[in-house]
Design a protein around this ligand. Structure first.
Ligand SMILES: [Zn+2]
Length: 139
């Protein structure tokens, strides 16, 4: 189980609904330690997928680089990515699988129906696939 706080859940819902009918996206900052994965913040970035933004996402690479630089020397790192599926279930698409290149990254996907957030699901990217991971509020 990975803890996704109520605040972070609310943030994801707000970002997904305000980006709708396009996909929102951002990076997950946290730590991976012996006690598991801890999410400390969710950093929204522009979706630079161009005209495909309603069915694709691409994290702004410059924002990714800036964030990595900022975290250098701290105990935190970019540990994953989140995005929304404006008209689909909160499970990775074939496109997501094809784009997943960072082993061990946490993927959080927000599913929407008619512009309203439904499920928010987590997946760990392992060799060649996504493994579902429970996201709990921790309280
Ligand atoms: Zn997707």
């Amino acid at each position: 189980m990975i803890r996704l706080s109520r605040e972070h859940r609310a943030q994801l819902r707000a970002e997904a609904e305000s980006a709708w009918p396009e996909e929102c996206c951002g990076l997950i900052v946290g730590r991976k330690g012996p006690d598991g994965t801890e999410i400390s913040s969710l950093v929204p970035t522009a979706n630079v997928a161009g005209a495909d933004r309603h069915q694709r996402f691409e994290v702004d690479p410059a924002a990714h680089l800036r964030l990595q630089r900022k975290l250098r020397g701290t105990e935190e790192a970019v540990i994953g990515v989140y995005h929304s599926h404006p008209a689909g279930p909160a499970v990775p698409s074939a496109h997501d699988l094809a784009r997943a290149i960072e082993p061990g990254w946490l993927w959080i996907i927000v599913g929407l129906t008619d512009g309203r957030t439904g499920e928010i699901n987590g997946f760990l990217h392992r060799a060649g696939g996504f493994e579902p991971v429970e996201l709990g509020t921790g309280d």
